[in-house]
Design a protein around this ligand. Structure first.
Ligand code: KIV
Length: 278
């Protein structure tokens, strides 16, 4: 049985930390799912982390639908949340169409979108249509060109107040959870204590109701990149490099494939097949 919105809300009520990870493919998502990660986010960080696009902005709805479907196929118990890509929810009609594809074709159980009070009519409409919506405030990567630089948001009293008001507005519009990205710890704690719905932080300190990490960061798959908010729980880049070198060496010295990696046939059958060929 998949986790439901009620399960996630109950985790907040019980004070049980909510772990979320990004996932982009069936195999890795299956491993996260088997480990018991309750929420998997098919993030549009797909762009930087899988597709080599350098940012989230070029990620298309087709990309998201395809990867969401893979994650859904590879999992059984996690709640799968799919990011609405850049400019696919600028109008109510676009938002409804994009959410429809992510849920009907991708199999997502919820969607995530970025932005505060201007997103309220969109969130309300999606929720009315039966689409569970996760909000995303603070540093929102789809607005990278507006921000100019990746930096902590809400440090001034004015910006902090606006972030809190955005959070309350998204909750009132029906969002079931809220990602807080690059928000000062004290502000994230103040927002968390004022919301009924769970906050899930990334670079927002330990007092959020949950944490999300980009799985490639958490697994150490890109060792040329380590954001401050990330912790490596594995060093997969090193393992993959070592495995590749070992494979190259084994092929070069013909120790791979060995007998157990190969198959054989009856010698008489081969002789017959080659008869008369010289
Ligand atoms: O796309 C993504 O990976 C995200 C997380 C950073 C929350 O939105």
């Amino acid at each position: 049985m998949r986790k439901t919105l009620t399960d996630i809300q109950q985790m907040k009520t019980r004070g049980e930390p909510i772990a979320m990870l990004t996932a982009y493919d069936a195999v890795t998502a299956g491993l996260f799912d088997a480990a018991g990660v309750p929420i998997l986010l098919v993030g549009d960080s797909l762009g930087d982390n899988v597709l080599g696009l350098g940012s989230t902005i070029p990620v298309t709805l087709d990309d998201m639908v395809r990867h969401t479907a893979a994650v859904t196929r590879g999992t059984r118990t996690a709640l799968v949340v799919a990011d609405m890509p850049f400019m696919t929810y600028a109008t109510l009609e676009d938002a409804v169409g994009a959410a429809r594809r992510l849920m009907q074709e991708g199999g997502a159980q919820a969607i995530k979108l970025e932005g505060g009070q201007p997103m309220v009519p969109i969130v309300r409409r999606l929720v009315e249509c039966g689409v569970p919506v996760m909000g995303h405030l603070g540093y929102t990567p789809q607005s990278a060109h507006v921000f100019g630089k990746v930096r902590v948001q809400g440090r001034s009293a004015f910006a902090a107040r606006r972030l809190l008001e955005d959070a309350l507005a998204l909750e009132a519009a029906g969002a079931f959870a809220l990602v807080l990205e690059l928000v000062p710890t004290q502000l994230a704690a103040a927002i968390t204590s004022r919301l009924r719905i769970p906050t899930i932080g990334i670079g927002a300190g330990p007092q959020c109701d949950g944490q999300v990490q980009v799985s490639t960061d958490m697994l150490g798959l890109r060792d040329d990149f380590k954001p401050r908010h990330a912790r490596r729980f594995a060093e997969l880049a090193q393992l993959i490099r070592a495995a590749s070198a070992a494979y190259l060496a084994a092929v070069a010295e013909r120790s791979f494939p060995a007998a157990e990696n190969s198959s054989s046939m009856d010698d008489a059958e081969l002789r017959e097949a080659l008869e008369g060929l010289g």
